[in-house]
Write a protein that binds this ligand. Structure first.
Ligand code: GDP
Ligand code: GDP
Length: 454
């Protein structure tokens, strides 16, 4: 079966080539600040969250004078749009909607090809108003994206999906059941350790780095104050797994320095979390769990990272079993959206529990990266909806059509149906909890987006 085709259309400098490169994954074209630098129509194969398609970068609007849309549209562009299953109309959300954008919009409306709209350069919210303005173009919700930073992929996927798979559930609903795991190779586990001052972070980092560990990479500076240390973590069966420790707070060096002026703010934590896949929140067992710890845990989950809690100084903790049970209970109460976050008792001082901690970190990363096939997902989904049908507000039934996993790391799902805007949040929680418990996502943050389907 031939791949469906997406033609990227837009005025000069909105980021068409950048998006093309991002989708195709190769640096094929020159990207330059000067308008009209890329002129040729280029084609490539793209994959977006498992959705494969051909992508065509049209440079046809970039005529000599970029401010006027030539009445005679370059034939190439016309041909590209005509031959495409969908025209991806790109605007620059920072610049807002320009007269040239409006002209292109008018032209696109005259074509038979359906249009999906994306507002580029939307990183860091600078383009918020441009994204809103773009509604007025009449092509529905613009997908806010940043081609340069690779953001908004799930939104772009949502915008394209209905046009590339117009018949509802994707083809693999009946097939492809074995394809459960993310096919992307995982690479080293990127781990960051956060916690209040004196929880034992430095001691733990130094313990993980212990003399006998093989440090495989030179310390790589990621930012001015963050370094990554690559090492091979030994497994029970005599092998090793690659581990990358992200040290943002300079924990490794600080071990014996009694410099405890640092405060643990949510901002500091988020800085550490930026480069990590899995975050270990270290608690001091002699102090237990405090509100500040829960705030940090919550911030880590909000950022979409996988979380493991380590209860440190176990060697000097009094009454271990009631302590452990108490912290477990407080965590499940305090982090209701992800009950069952792994909790491991450790002693950074003696090394107890360290292997278990790293194992747990690898395990949550697996769940965080996991992909379930649309077939498996929808078989579960049908049962879940049958067992507990959605309500009928005002006597009108909410019809839930199907569920698709739009992304991993962290897992994100899109639920298609009619009147989904009226789906109560309790019902959404019911589905999210089911996805986590019954499809093996464990205690990782799971996101659900609702999408109206005809
Ligand atoms: P084209 O003329 O539409 O093909 O646009 P290009 O891909 O050549 O991009 C034009 C300019 O916008 C370049 O300087 C890009 O680096 C920049 N650009 C592209 N995407 C983004 C983005 O997502 N954010 C920001 N801030 N700049 C971007
Ligand atoms: P940080 O501020 O989180 O980096 O904490 P440190 O690693 O500097 O540790 C704070 C204090 O707790 C130091 O005196 C450590 O020796 C002590 N400490 C750290 N881990 C343990 C542990 O597992 N058991 C005991 N008994 N003390 C620990």
């Amino acid at each position: 079966m031939p791949l469906p085709t997406v033609a990227i259309v837009g005025r000069p400098n909105v980021g068409k080539s950048t998006l093309f490169n991002r989708l195709v994954g190769k640096r094929l074209a020159l990207v330059d600040d000067r308008p009209g630098v890329t002129r040729d129509r280029r084609e490539g194969e793209a994959e977006l969250i498992g959705l494969k398609f051909r992508v065509v970068d049209t440079a046809g609007f970039e005529d000599e004078d970029p401010e006027t849309l030539p009445g005679r549209m370059r034939q190439q562009t016309e041909a590209a749009v005509r031959g495409a299953d969908v025209a991806l109309f790109l605007i620059d959300s920072r610049a807002g909607v320009t007269p040239l954008d409006e002209e292109i919009a008018r032209w696109l409306r005259e074509q038979d090809t359906p249009v999906a709209l994306a507002a580029n350069k939307a990183e860091g919210r600078a383009g918020d108003s441009g994204v809103l303005e773009a509604f007025a173009l009449g092509f529905g919700d613009p997908a806010p994206i940043s081609a340069e930073h690779g953001e908004g992929i799930a939104d772009l996927f949502e915008a394209l999906l209905p046009h590339l798979e117009p018949e509802g559930p994707p083809d693999d609903v009946e097939a492809d059941d074995e394809d459960e795991d993310e096919d992307r190779p995982q690479g080293p586990l990127k781990l960051a350790i956060v916690g209040r001052p004196n929880a034992g972070k430095s001691t733990l980092v130094n313990r993980i780095l212990g003399e006998d560990r093989m440090i495989t990479g030179p310390e790589a500076g990621i930012t001015r104050d963050s370094i990554a240390i690559d090492m091979d973590w030994p497994t029970i069966d005599g092998g090793t797994r690659p581990l990358r420790l992200i040290d943002t707070a300079g924990l490794r060096k600080k071990a014996r320095v009694q410099d405890k002026l640092e405060k643990l703010s949510v901002a500091d934590t988020l800085r550490a979390v930026d480069f990590a896949e899995v975050v270990v929140l270290l608690l001091d067992a002699t102090l237990g769990l405090e509100a500040q710890d829960l705030r940090i845990a919550d911030a880590v989950l909000q950022e979409g990272r996988a979380l493991v809690i380590a209860l440190n100084k176990w060697d000097i903790a009094g009454d271990p079993s009631s302590l452990f049970g108490g912290v477990r209970h407080a965590l499940d109460e305090g982090l209701a959206q992800v009950k069952g976050v792994p909790l491991i008792a450790v002693s950074a001082a003696t090394g107890k529990g360290l292997g278990q901690l790293i194992d747990a970190a690898f395990e949550v990363r697996d769940a965080w990266s996991k992909r379930v096939s649309t077939g498996q997902l929808n078989r579960w989904f049908e049962r879940a909806v049958e067992a507990n049908p959605p309500p009928a507000p005002g006597g009108k039934r909410i019809k839930l059509r199907y569920l698709t996993q739009a992304k991993t790391r962290p897992p994100g799902f899109i639920l298609f149906g009619t009147r989904v805007d009226q789906l109560p949040s309790s019902y959404q929680r019911y589905l999210v909890n089911g996805i986590r418990k019954e499809l093996g996502f464990g205690a990782v943050p799971v996101r659900l987006t609702l999408r109206a389907a005809k």
